[in-house]
Ligand binder design. Structure first.
Ligand SMILES: [Zn+2]
Length: 274
């Protein structure tokens, strides 16, 4: 059974950056290097997985919980939680929006990283719209959200875990809307608005992905649909190098933002033109 642990570590409960994704290991694949880089700069980062991975060909939801915990430590995130939305059935419903609103109000991120809004997997693009609509709702002053989750929430990992005790935990569920939403676009062949240099984080980010041993260790189950580990390494590296090349660095992760970029000093705009 999924544990019902509460996990808050590094003290306090608010986050600077929260990355939301449909499945455990999506964040590791699309923006794990950026999260690690921000954590190394002193920002409090977190991951919200919408599902627990019970439909995966390899391993169980419990395997994935343990592996997600290991990956969270490698990426130095201060918070990780998995909601109980069914794997393979991420739907943009009022109930699911409210589950995310609760987390946004609780963790109060300034920056929200969502999956890109188009993709092959319905869970991915639905998670994008669901996350956006939840971020909007989270800021509505008249939308009341109770402390107590209406459905079980599994929370994994942490440098300091403690048993859940909602009665004694002060949670501030007043309205909150992230200032900035950026879309992790690695799963989709679109031109990014910007890339984040993860040259120094690339190896750790790859280790974070490989923490999902039930998924990525070479094995019989699913061998027809899963590439071998050496091939995964080559693909991950090729993608990071491609986006790195666009930014003039070795490895990078791509993002799309819907807003225009604002520049104060044109002398400091990075990336060579010619
Ligand atoms: Zn996924």
């Amino acid at each position: 059974m999924p544990s019902h642990k509460r996990q808050e570590f590094n003290g306090g409960s608010s986050l600077d950056i929260l990355a939301l994704a449909a499945h455990r290991d999506d964040v590791e694949q699309t923006c794990g290097g950026t999260l690690l880089k921000m954590a190394e700069r002193g920002y409090r980062t977190g991951i919200l997985d919408l599902t627990q991975g019970e439909m995966g060909t390899r391993g169980t939801a419990e395997d994935r919980e343990r592996e997600a915990e290991d990956a969270a430590r490698i990426l130095k995130v201060a918070f990780r939680r998995a909601l109980d939305i069914p794997d393979g059935r991420v739907e943009n419903t009022w109930e699911n929006r409210l589950k995310i609103v609760r987390v946004l109000r609780e963790m109060r991120p300034r920056v929200l990283i969502l999956p890109y809004w188009e993709g092959r997997h319905p869970d991915h693009y639905t998670a994008s719209v669901l996350g956006y609509e939840a971020a909007f709702l989270a800021g509505l002053a008249k939308l009341a959200i109770s402390h107590q989750p209406s459905a079980p929430i599994s929370q994994v990992s942490g440098l300091r875990s403690q048993a859940e005790d909602c009665g004694s935990v002060e949670e501030n569920l007043s309205p909150h809307r992230p200032l900035k939403i950026i879309y992790a676009s690695l799963y989709r062949d679109v031109r990014p608005s910007f890339v984040v240099d993860i040259t120094d984080q690339f190896e750790a980010r790859f280790s974070g992905l490989m923490a999902y041993k039930s998924q990525y260790t070479d094995q019989q189950a699913g061998s027809g649909i899963f590439p071998e580990q050496a091939e995964i390494r080559a693909r991950v590296e090729s993608m990071a190098r491609f986006y790195g090349m666009l930014g003039g660095v070795t490895y990078a992760e791509p993002f799309v933002q819907k807003e225009v970029g604002l520049v104060d000093d044109v002398m400091t705009i990075p990336v060579k033109s010619i």
